[in-house]
Design a protein around this ligand. Structure first.
Ligand code: EPU
Length: 349
């Protein structure tokens, strides 16, 4: 039995729990401070019958309306060296740890490897769900194991990296309807940080930033600082201008369509993929479609990075959906490319 009763709030306001600052409420909100809390929840028949949703930092979420069910907010803390071998350090963190603070802490301990993912909003537990990635690195490349509680069975489950089926902004957790049925609750993540470290600076923006600082042989801290500087310049701080990061995924298209787009638009950014397809920059497509810095009602596409949808004040979920649809329609008409939203839409009628 848990030492403390579960922290349960009725009719909770979610405005401060989503980085787009959309107003919405949930009928029930449970904050889970430990794996014991999660097991207690799984064992409670009244709660286990509720429709559930797992809420991380709310940085990849569009609240389209109120949620008639139980939201779970994992707030499990703690970070420690869990083990080491000749090649790597294995570092464990609780799901509720803030991602950026965790990355900074690993660097302060002398464990490099996560620096390219500095300043990504959200929690450690949410990082594997969409396989967060930036500046040439995806979290899957540094992951050893995800630890979760199967709320249907009330037992702990471990997902070694090979079982997570990671892809671009994708994982098994998304595919199995993780958010929608709230079956597995991530309680902690173990990272594998290699002792043999080399900076990942192939990304053009990073190369430029380091060159501008005159850093020829950067260490992990230099790379982290460069990434923080780039992000601060291009991406709005959700605390100042509410947003959910990239609003669309970068679309992957087949080689034939890539060749015809390139013939029409010689300057189009195209990233060849290992399977012969090509990834496009959604931000470029949106800018070309005329949406960079343009508003529709109280929302708009950000002036420094057209891929980021921002709440200019008092927006509701419906405003976000209207803009997203307008941008998708224009990009489809102009380029024949369908943009997929990156955040999860919740509570859509
Ligand atoms: N571009 C434009 N106009 C814009 C924005 C971008 O022409 O308004 C062009 C850029 O000039 C560049 C290309 O598009 O040629 C790519 O832009 P950028 O380097 O800014 O990266 P991105 O593809 O737009 C992705 C991730 C970001 C991540 C950056 C850096 C996705 C959906 N987004 O953005 O992730 O930080 O690369 O690695 O993959 C997030 O997922 O929330 C996120 C911010």
């Amino acid at each position: 039995m848990p030492a403390m009763p579960l922290e349960l709030v009725h009719d909770a306001d979610l405005t401060l729990r989503n980085t787009l600052a959309l107003p919405a409420r949930t009928r029930l909100l449970a904050t889970l401070h430990s794996t014991a809390d999660a097991l207690a929840l799984a064992a409670d028949p009244a709660l286990s019958a509720e429709r559930r949703f797992i809420l991380g930092g709310g940085s990849n979420l569009v609240l389209c309306g109120d949620f008639d069910g139980l939201m779970l907010a994992p707030s499990i803390r703690g970070r420690r060296l869990a083990g080491e071998d000749a090649e790597a350090w294995f570092v464990h963190a609780g799901a509720g740890e803030n991602w950026h603070d965790f990355v900074q802490w690993t660097l302060a301990q002398g464990w490099a490897g996560l620096e390219n993912l500095s300043l990504i909003p959200g929690t450690v537990g949410a990082a594997p769900i969409q396989n967060i990635g930036a500046y040439g690195l995806e979290v899957a490349e540094r992951l050893a194991e995800v630890e979760a509680i199967d709320l249907a069975r009330g037992e702990t489950r471990r997902f070694p990296v090979a079982d997570c089926r990671f892809g671009y902004r994708d994982s098994v957790f998304k595919q199995e309807g993780w958010h929608l049925d709230g079956r597995f609750l991530i309680t902690g993540v173990t990272f594998r940080l290699p002792r043999k470290w080399a900076p990942l600076t192939r990304y053009a923006d990073v190369e430029r930033e380091l060159a501008a600082c005159g850093t020829a042989t950067p260490n992990a801290r230099d790379v982290a600082n460069a990434i923080v500087a780039i992000r601060q310049r291009k991406l709005p701080d959700p605390a100042q201008v509410p947003n959910a990061g990239s609003f669309f995924q970068n679309p992957v298209i087949d080689a034939v369509q890539a060749a015809s787009l390139q013939a029409l638009y010689p300057s189009i950014p195209l990233y060849p993929q290992a399977d012969g397809r090509a990834k496009l920059a959604a931000g470029w497509l949106i800018e070309q479609a005329g949406w960079k810095g343009r508003n529709l009602g109280p929302v708009g596409m950000y002036e420094q990075q057209a891929l980021v949808l921002v709440n200019r004040g008092h927006a509701r979920g419906a405003d976000v959906l209207a803009l997203a649809r307008a941008v998708q329609a224009d990009v489809l008409t102009r380029f024949g490319v369908t943009l997929q939203p990156e955040p999860i839409y919740l509570g859509m009628a």
